[in-house]
Design a protein around this ligand. Structure first.
Ligand code: MN
Length: 195
């Protein structure tokens, strides 16, 4: 099975108030594409030749795991954005967030803190944990919650390639701006399908 770079439903310059066109060209056009190409080069002749990305994340190791997870993570990340996003969750997702974190603002603060304090390269996540409750987690490098039987709802890429062209060393500024393009409708849909 040949993996492909997913098409995005917004233009490369649509998020420019937060993620510049140049960052999109490199992050989506070069980095995400490279993970797809690497994976396609690694899997022929292995038992993962026809495996889904989820199977690869659960069962592979080494380069196949790292590149497969990075394909999945980047698709999940880029699909979360919109030029006209829904700025707050409602309904059952909002209720679950309030139960787990106290309030929506408290959730944003805790998630932002996880993204800012993650040492080195990786991803901050909102997941449904194995006990059914919402949790904020950090994963280094290509880490993905599916490997721990958690269900991902939202992620923020804090590899330097995600923000360095636009924010240089100011990761907190990137994380703060991230909320402005995050489409909570996407997260609500994921929450609905994960339960
Ligand atoms: Mn990235």
């Amino acid at each position: 099975m040949k993996h492909e770079l997913p098409k995005l439903n917004y233009a490369a310059d649509a998020l420019a108030s937060v993620i510049s066109t140049k960052t999109m060209e490199f992050h989506y056009g070069k980095h995400h594409q490279a993970y797809v190409n690497n994976l396609n080069n690694l899997i022929p002749g292995t038992r993962f030749e026809n495996a889904s990305l989820e199977e690869i994340i659960r069962e592979a190791d080494g380069g196949i795991l790292n590149n497969g997870a990075q394909v999945w993570n980047h698709t999940f990340y880029f699909e979360s954005f919109s030029a006209s996003p829904k700025s707050k969750p409602e309904g059952e997702l909002l209720a679950a967030i309030e139960i787990a974190f106290g309030s929506f603002d408290e959730f944003k603060s805790k998630f932002s803190n996880a993204a800012v304090t993650l040492f080195g390269s990786g991803w901050a996540w909102l997941v449904i944990d194995t006990d059914g409750k919402l949790a904020i987690t950090q994963e280094s490098n290509a880490g993905n919650p599916i490997r721990k039987n958690q269900k991902p709802l939202l992620t923020c890429d804090v590899w330097e390639h995600a923000y360095y062209l636009d924010y240089q060393n100011r990761r907190p500024d990137y994380v703060q701006a991230f909320w402005n393009i995050l489409d909570w409708k996407v997260v609500e849909d994921r929450f609905r399908k994960s339960r």
